[in-house]
Ligand binder design. Sequence first.
Ligand code: NDP
Length: 295
Amino acid sequence: MSAEIIDGKDFAGGLRARVAEAAAEFEGVTGRKAGLAVVLVGDDPASQVYVRSKGKATIEAGMASFEHRLPADTSQADLIRLVGALNTDPAVDGILVQLPLPDHLDEHAVVETIDPSKDVDGLTPISTGRLALGLPGLVPCTPLGSLMLLKDRLGSLSGLDAVVIGRSILVGKPMAQLLLSESCTVTIAHSRTRDLPAVVRRADIVVAAVGRPEMIKGDWIKRGATVIDVGINRLPPETEGAKGRLVGDVDFASASKVADAITPVPGGVGPMTIACLLRNTMVAAQRRANIHSKD
Ligand code: NDP
């Protein structure tokens, strides 16, 4: 048996097209573009790449992109002042502070100052609290995209056993909340979990968000399970000067022999993250303008 590949790139393309339609409608009704502000502090190369691609995708969707690049030695007070200005800027519907921040800055304190109605990353205490309470709100993009792929593949998730490996605020915890709200029986595994292979073997749905290349092996996976691989890991280059291969947290070669369906890396969850960021920005813009969203 060979698993079906869940094509996140294709699904994300469809979502981006729907967002672009909604963005055009929004502009027609309000006379302005929906706007996303992205704040980058310092010169972390990976963050620079992410911020560039978010800005490009925002413009391609017909929305306005506001990029704020601040030097690495920016003070906490200056960063919070910028977030405050974006909170009150009527042209800005979504605010994203690119993480990680340089060590001298307190991420929680900064994120907490984002207006929850503009919190398109879904990381403020209000957004995380609303998710825990099962109330509508803005949900972190990577888990939201992963859930969309699961529902597209499986339809109802009710009653299924789901194991989420990883308990980060950005991925693992909100993923588990989303699966619980779909009436899955959810287990959250982490670095202290005993006998992880046995825990994973129970699952109809496996979501891997660990950050360890190819850690989850095929013989941990129950036959017929659906596997969502959130991990993005770059292996060391095989030849000098070349770029190392990108792999997920799941050993794709062995897992795809037992799973029913699996996301590839790249081309699985990754493209969904940016598409969901655009979707969240559109939802935030519509709510702020009192426009009823179609989804
Ligand atoms: P974090 O490092 O914040 O969290 C990793 C989690 O994995 C922790 O909860 C940790 O447990 C757990 N863990 C680490 N080692 C083990 C182990 N040996 N066994 C079981 N659990 C373990 O990572 P993120 O959640 O931010 O990201 C996870 C992965 O997803 C990364 O590869 C990242 O690059 C990728 N990612 C991909 C995105 C995308 O768009 N596709 C977006 C965001 C992230 P503990 O809490 O006990 O330390």
